[in-house]
Unconditional design. Structure first.
Length: 242
């Protein structure tokens, strides 16, 4: 049973991803910051279905705390074969109205969080000589940009650059690194104004929002042996928006 870490697993997309990975036979380590209840619910669902799961708590932006918690878990329970960097934050505003806190909070969580999580995990993964999977949840906003999301688009575009570079570095270790770029997905992150939502739906050929399960299924595939020759890719799940 391969150990897989999922960040932001207490709510929304991360919770669905964690449950699906548990169904696929992985031992899932569910990270949360504040959503302990949701993470425990996902853990219970995984265990009810015969899987194995545990939880870890830390603030993605606190580098020392992340390192301490993950290093301790790896030392006690073994390396992570898979890492899903899902946790994210939005703070939308027109750029002239964007505050320093809006910018810093989103960049620190979405982009610095990738570094803070993957850095303490990468050498134990390499040292295990068993290959591995790193998956970052980016966004179509990181590919095409989005009005009112200069901070979010920058952070998600940065993730794509990090994925492409890291994939080159670890390919010889049989570790794949990919990004998933969801479009408008029906989670709490998509709680848009109805007028705005209608305008976006007009741009989507399938004329509907995607489901969290759509992203979870792709994540599970990329985590599997069937995806062993897929690396350095950005795969969109967006109903044809892009």
């Amino acid at each position: 049973m391969r150990r897989v870490l999922v960040t932001g697993a207490g709510t929304g997309l991360g919770k669905v991803i964690a449950i699906e990975l548990g169904k696929q036979g992985h031992e899932v380590v569910l990270h949360y910051r504040n959503s302990a209840k949701g993470a425990k619910e996902a853990q219970h669902i995984i265990e009810e279905n015969g899987g194995k799961a545990s939880t870890v708590q830390f603030d993605l932006t606190n580098r020392e705390q992340v390192k301490e918690v993950l290093t301790k878990d790896i030392e006690e329970n073994g390396f992570y074969y898979g890492i899903v960097c899902n946790a994210g934050l939005t703070a939308d505003a027109a750029f002239p109205m964007m505050t320093d806190e809006d910018w810093d909070g989103v960049i620190h969580t979405n982009l610095d969080g990738f570094y803070n999580v993957v850095k303490p995990c990468i050498m134990p993964l390499i040292a295990a000589h068993e290959g591995g999977r790193i998956i970052a949840i980016s966004s179509v906003s990181g590919i095409m940009g989005n009005r009112g999301q200069v901070n979010y688009s920058a952070s998600k575009a940065g993730l794509i650059g990090a994925v492409k570079a890291l994939a080159l570095e670890v390919a010889k270790r049989n570790i794949t690194v990919n990004a998933i770029a969801p479009g408008l997905i029906d989670t709490h992150m998509a709680e848009l104004d109805e007028t705005v939502k209608k305008e976006i739906l007009k741009m989507i050929p399938l004329k509907r929002m995607g489901k969290a399960q759509d992203v979870a299924d792709l994540t599970a595939f990329l985590m599997s042996d069937k995806a062993s020759y897929i690396t350095r890719q950005v795969i969109s799940v967006n109903g044809g928006l892009l």
